[in-house]
Design a protein. Structure first.
Length: 61
């Protein structure tokens, strides 16, 4: 049976400086801080910041 995309045992890509993995529910607070920062978001899409609820929607996609 294939693993669920939200499964904690999914594959990740790691290097000495980088970890690439699927989003987890506990990533929301850190990502919400990132997406609320105008200096960060000015380079992403239309530059609009996101509140916590909109950030949660992005993770759920």
């Amino acid at each position: 049976m294939p693993e669920s995309p939200k499964s904690p045992d999914r594959t990740a890509l790691t290097t000495p400086r980088l970890l690439l993995r699927q989003w987890r529910d506990d990533d929301l607070d850190a990502f919400a801080a990132f997406t609320a920062d105008p200096e960060v978001m000015r380079y992403i899409h239309d530059g609009s910041t996101l509140d916590r609820a909109r950030t949660a929607e992005r993770i759920a996609l």
